[in-house]
Write a protein that binds this ligand. Sequence first.
Ligand SMILES: Cc1ncc(COP(=O)(O)O)c(C=O)c1O
Length: 390
Amino acid sequence: MKTADKSVYFDNASTSFPKAPGVGHAMAEYLDTRGCNVGRGNYKWGYEVAETVYKTRKKLCKLFQFNQGSDPSKNVIFTSSVTEGLNLVIKGLLKPGDHVLVSSMEHNAVMRPLYFLEQQGIAISVMPCDIQGKLQLDKIEPLIQKNTKAIIMTHGSNVCGSVLPIEKVAEICGKHQLKFVVDSAQTAGIFPINMAETSIDGLCFTGHKGLLGPQGIGGVIMKDDLAEQITSLVQGGTGSRSESFEMPDFLPDKFESGTLNIPGIYGLSKALDYLQEKGLGSILNMEMELTQRLISGIQSIENLDLIGIPDINNRSAVVSIVSVKKDNAQVAFELDQSYGIMTRVGLHCAPLAHKTLGTYPQGTIRLSLGHFNTSEEVDYCLNALNEITK
Ligand SMILES: Cc1ncc(COP(=O)(O)O)c(C=O)c1O
């Protein structure tokens, strides 16, 4: 087997690489020149760092067009990841006897906390998607029961890239007075999400994928009404109301115990500036051009099956394939060893999605692109796939 002298990163659905320009520098600069805490000491540096944290919340509100109340930035709750954000909302909101709907494309970040709560008496129904990962909207309303409290749903599949119609689901939630919680892990920073137009009660995001920031920072943008209904996941010091053993009841302190990931926030802040400058429209266009090229090429390779939507309508740059003759893992191994192409193989933490797509239990090879990838890299990968599978 030949060895690779190139490196091609096609695992952006796992975490994006490269990060936005300047992210690493912004984090190092904070650690090297300030490094102090927020909301604890009363001194100049602390105020400066607090200002950056505040501005980062504001940038997130701007990105997702969240404009509730006179200071929407307080509704941005920082967590370590979208997984923690989803756990906060799911475990804080749902009580025994409640019923919840999810799509059949969910990641385990939604399914595992729900499964955990199922053992304690909450009920789950699955809104079906078709074999291409498209949500079947007409099947949703018959699933709603008297005790249905919320729809919790991914915006984009991390397996096959289908983008689910959150606007339409938000309307259904509004009609039936259900809370709507969205996992934006695969779409934030690439697809526009407009919380002013789409009634989302809790938007869970992660900083290290399409937002092009570092790992270890994520959060939830939460409407007041949802925030009032949920209890905190973690209790501890907030720097505020120190006299009380009770958690503060105001945002964001109610849900932000312990020191924040401040280096992560500095990195995310820099990444948000880049997204603002570049524009989501241009990022999406670049990703879709590459995706079209990849999908068309895959469709002409005899021993490969493309999974999911066969064009670029309502899909992201997450592309799954199945090797017909050779084992998927062997193909992914050869892509890496002989060509330096980094992909992911298996179930991608989303067994329910694979059951929907007909790829359970063997899984898929996932090629996930970012706008920093190039058409040359796509062609190089198509050539490699041709050689490996012929
Ligand atoms: C749809 C979806 N939800 C949740 C997650 C979890 O993201 P994180 O590891 O940042 O919490 C992922 C990551 O792969 C994902 O693709």
